[in-house]
Design a binder for this molecule. Structure first.
Ligand SMILES: [Zn+2]
Length: 86
């Protein structure tokens, strides 16, 4: 599913009917097994829509709640895309 098109955790939770928090746990597991097969989980990081701050160093896969720079809460969700190894 993720290999076909990128999805946010929110979209994935709706598709597979688990909570967004559980989606993050599944994605972490998925990232590890992908690594073994030569692929990787590409994460387009969450971004602040107010000041364009990008959450590049964020290791957790859940959506941040507010921006550390401007305290804004208009954040785009991270988008996940699976890249499969050859
Ligand atoms: Zn901001």
């Amino acid at each position: 599913m993720l290999a076909e098109a990128p999805h946010t955790a929110h979209e994935l939770s709706a598709l597979v009917r688990v909570s967004e928090k559980d989606v993050a746990a599944h994605l972490e597991h998925l990232a590890r097994s992908l690594k073994r097969s030569g692929g990787w989980l590409e994460v387009e990081p969450a971004r602040c829509r107010d000041c364009d701050y990008v959450f590049r160093d964020r290791r957790r896969l859940t959506r941040p709640s507010s921006c550390p720079r401007c305290r804004g809460e208009h954040l785009s969700a991270p988008v996940f895309h699976i890249r499969e190894g050859s």
